[in-house]
Design a binder for this molecule. Sequence first.
Ligand SMILES: CC(C)(COP(=O)(O)OP(=O)(O)OC[C@H]1O[C@@H](n2cnc3c(N)ncnc32)[C@H](O)[C@@H]1OP(=O)(O)O)[C@@H](O)C(=O)NCCC(=O)NCCS
Length: 249
Amino acid sequence: MLDVEQFIEAILDAFPPGVSAHAVRINAIDPSSICMPPEIIRSVEKRRREFAAGRICAQTALVLQGEKCSAIGIGPLRAPIWPPGFVGSISHSCGLAAAVVAKTQLFASLGIDVEMVSLVASSLESGGLVGTPVEYALLSPALGVDHALPALFSAKEALFKCLAPSVGAYFDFLDVEAVAIEGSKIGIRLKRQLGLHPVGEVINVKVTLFAGAVLACTWLHEHHAFPGRDFYVDKPLHTHCTGTTPIGK
Ligand SMILES: CC(C)(COP(=O)(O)OP(=O)(O)OC[C@H]1O[C@@H](n2cnc3c(N)ncnc32)[C@H](O)[C@@H]1OP(=O)(O)O)[C@@H](O)C(=O)NCCC(=O)NCCS
């Protein structure tokens, strides 16, 4: 079972300064502790619990950014609706929920995904829907044959969460391809235009392997929201935080 504190540390290590993160064990959460939209109230207990856990993480990460604890609605394509001035991302798996949040002054978007290796391997036996033989051949030597599929799957899910709010539509796993790997960083190239992002753009996703789980984190800096416009941050906010204790990094 993943350790919550180690997991938060891994998330914060993956993201650059300016991102706050929180994670909780899902079964420690009381679903009635947050206000739920009608579609979630009607869901099964497991869904109510994971939704509540994700929202509690997101609200805590917002508070760590200095924002008040506000409700986070459900937007188009199921994306969370962040308060004005903030972006973020939520994932729940392996008994944990996690969320990351940052200010729009620094980041255009964030994406986080957690997957259980055995679940991805058993539900996507061939892996052909997620990537091509060329992508697996690229990733397997670095990640190991058993982790190549879950890592590729998780990396593309994180990328989807990061891009979907601006693209405004679903896109396919095979619309993007892994073209490079350097340490924990997988370069993923767009094979078709996605919103304002042109064919050929490469976006990095960081993957962290745990025993039985994979974490994928990605982000777009603010200037990605305005292609062609330079944007420099000379004083990045150092708001990496775990729990409620900011750690300057
Ligand atoms: C949305 C999706 C990525 C969720 O991933 P998952 O592994 O099933 O579940 P996770 O727990 O990691 O993430 C769920 C959270 O993602 C967030 N999410 C869902 N849709 C989203 C979207 N369109 N944009 C941003 N975030 C989204 C939500 O916060 C959700 O939790 P919530 O419903 O409790 O708020 C997945 O279900 C999906 O629809 N995939 C199809 C599209 C895709 O991945 N294409 C591949 C492109 S390369």
